[in-house]
Design a protein around this ligand. Structure first.
Ligand SMILES: [Ca+2]
Ligand SMILES: [Ca+2]
Length: 148
């Protein structure tokens, strides 16, 4: 991927809600460019946090997942990059893994939630006070993962 524009801000998010990360790049004295991801393959999981004791968007939270030995981590942040803002939805590319064995959310309040057996290919919302994650968008039939 390349761009001939004089780029400034860059935002990454799944703008078309098909499960992969797309890009919008703003340019100096030119229109913004929207890059639709048409090459990503594999499974994915998107997580939106809803804080209660912590801040509403869960900024500062750390999400860790483990899927077949692969471990990934995301930190929910605000104010990424110059003249831009990334989505606060955490996106995990999972490759061939269809199930996340363990998903851990560590909130700024100090609360820790652990969910097991979370299915791929969906967007879930995790409420700081809830024991189940709520499915917001699913590519496949999926039940709500239970937490402890
Ligand atoms: Ca997309
Ligand atoms: Ca796509």
């Amino acid at each position: 991927m390349d761009s001939l524009g004089d780029g400034r801000g860059m935002a990454k998010a799944d703008f078309d809600r098909d499960g992969d990360v797309d890009l919008i790049i703003t340019n100096y004295k030119d229109r913004a460019h929207y890059y639709v991801n048409k090459v990503a393959k594999g499974h994915w999981l998107q997580i939106r946090l809803r804080g209660r004791q912590s801040n509403r968007d869960g900024v500062g939270s750390i999400i860790r997942i483990r899927a077949r030995g692969d471990r990934q981590m995301r930190v929910i942040s605000a104010g990424d990059g110059y003249a831009s803002q990334f989505s606060r939805v955490a996106h995990f590319g999972l490759g061939k893994n269809e199930v996340i064995e363990e998903l851990e959310v560590l909130w700024p309040s100090g609360k820790k939630q652990i969910f097991e057996g979370v299915l791929a290919d969906q967007m879930i919302e995790i409420d700081e006070d809830a024991t189940k994650a709520r499915v917001i968008m699913a590519r496949q039939t999926a039940s709500s993962p239970s937490g402890r």
